[in-house]
Design a protein around this ligand. Structure first.
Ligand SMILES: *Cc1c(COP(=O)(O)O)cnc(C)c1O
Length: 416
């Protein structure tokens, strides 16, 4: 039944009680039973993020240039810190956005308009070439801007296949995409090979580091083998990285960067068409929560490199135990060799979706991958406390499913 607009209001305390009551039936992320959507470094980092957000709860980042110059300053500092982290040249530019989707759409628009300008063809319809593991945000942007999408199968290692991508390029290709890492398997595409390809064919390469961009550099500092994926590679034109995922900042907060002002110059919006005069925004959206900006600034400033390296150390120690636990269960196989804290695993001889259903029955919300079939997990410190319980239930569920040999195939489908 459709809700009716309330004729009389209810007391605030009563409304708050309702919120808590409704929430009681939600999936238990605090208890580590949700493998995505929420990311956590520590209680202290969460508390700081909340306090910083509330400090700027009412301020609107749309007014950062004219009214809330503190927000403009914080935004510039966040972008500066990130450009430093991603080995960007001095002339690089960037913008804060509300999420990975906005960052990706913004990069796509900047790339399209830069291409139209250099081709002197304001109506050029381009295409983008991306590995099939790239995030659907690219298709979302392409649909908005009528850009053709060419999804290319990955190699047998489930990473972007540079040769296949090269074969998909034609005269109208405006962008190549690589992920660092990709969402489905947590694998970093061969960005160095894609960078060479981008230079050789004179095509813009976007690196989608939305999920792992703020984690991979620190995991690398620990000595793990993380390949180059950022502006250190000369063919990288733009890069997206989400602060609100493994940057452990409150939502909404993401970033998008361009190698130089020429490419970045097509980011954002600046037009004088209506009675109110010139209208300028740094990105696609208008009103944005000031809290997101302040909380990102506070989190980066508080943690610094040392803080992020320490979180990375804890995460990788936990990941090693999860990996060992999964690999110790006969028949289970991790897809590829994921270098960060997201992974997917499948099974040789049983239906992994049936295992996911059995796990759901035990209160674990499953993340899934469809091709190949797998259980998908993005792990942060929320998942540290339930490691043994999860692995114990997983082993038990695998055993149950294997014992029921003639089970019909699970009708579960992966969806987000
Ligand atoms: C999460 C994600 C996005 C989209 O980010 P949102 O913040 O959910 O809009 C894009 N690319 C990758 C690789 C992601 O993991």
């Amino acid at each position: 039944m459709r809700a009716r607009f309330p004729t009389t209001g209810r007391p605030a305390s009563d409304v708050l009680a309702s919120l808590r009551e409704m929430k009681a039936d939600d999936a238990d992320w605090r208890g580590g039973r949700v493998p995505l959507y929420v990311f956590k470094a520590s209680d202290a980092v969460d508390e700081l993020g909340k306090a910083a957000f509330m400090e700027f709860f009412s301020e609107n980042a749309l007014g950062a240039r004219r009214a809330f110059t503190s927000l403009k300053r914080m935004e510039d500092e966040v972008l500066g810190m990130a450009l430093d982290l991603f080995h960007a040249p001095d002339e690089a530019v960037g913008a804060m956005t509300t999420g990975g989707t906005e960052s990706v759409i913004q990069a796509l628009q900047a790339c399209r308009d830069w291409n139209r300008a250099r081709r002197r063809d304001p109506h050029h319809r381009g295409n983008i070439v991306l590995p099939e593991t790239a995030h659907p945000a690219f298709d979302k942007g392409a649909r908005l801007m009528d850009i053709e999408v060419r999804r290319v199968p990955t190699g047998p290692d489930l990473r972007a296949d540079a040769a296949r991508m090269a074969a998909a390029i034609d005269a109208d290709t405006i962008m190549l995409v690589g992920s660092a890492p990709c969402f489905p398997f947590g694998l970093i595409d061969p960005i160095a090979a894609l960078s060479d390809l981008a230079l050789a064919r004179d095509v813009w390469l976007h690196v989608d580091a939305c999920v792992g961009g703020y984690l991979a550099p620190f995991v690398r500092r620990l000595g793990h083998a993380i390949p180059d994926f950022d502006f250190a590679l000369p063919g990288v034109s733009s890069l997206s990285a989400d602060l609100h995922k493994f940057g452990f900042c409150p939502k909404p907060a993401s970033t998008v960067f361009y190698r130089n002002a020429d490419k970045g110059g097509h980011n954002g919006f600046d037009l004088d068409v209506w009675p109110s005069g010139r209208f300028r925004t740094g990105t696609i959206v208008g009103t944005r929560p000031g809290g997101g900006v302040a909380a990102a600034w506070a989190t980066l400033t508080h943690l610094g490199e040392a803080g992020y390296v320490e979180i990375a150390r804890q995460l990788m120690a936990m990941m090693a135990r999860y990996r060992a636990g999964i690999e110790a269960i006969p028949g289970l196989q991790i897809h590829g060799d994921p270098p960060l804290t997201l992974l997917a695993f499948g099974a040789d001889d049983i239906d992994i979706f049936a295992v996911a259903e059995a796990m759901a029955g035990r209160g674990w919300l499953p993340g899934l991958t469809q091709r190949p079939k797998g259980i998908h997990r993005m792990m942060s410190m929320i998942h540290a406390g339930t490691l043994d319980a999860y692995l114990g239930d997983l082993a038990a569920c695998v055993g149950e499913i294997r014992a029921r040999a003639a089970l019909p195939e699970s009708r579960l489908t992966a969806s987000y």
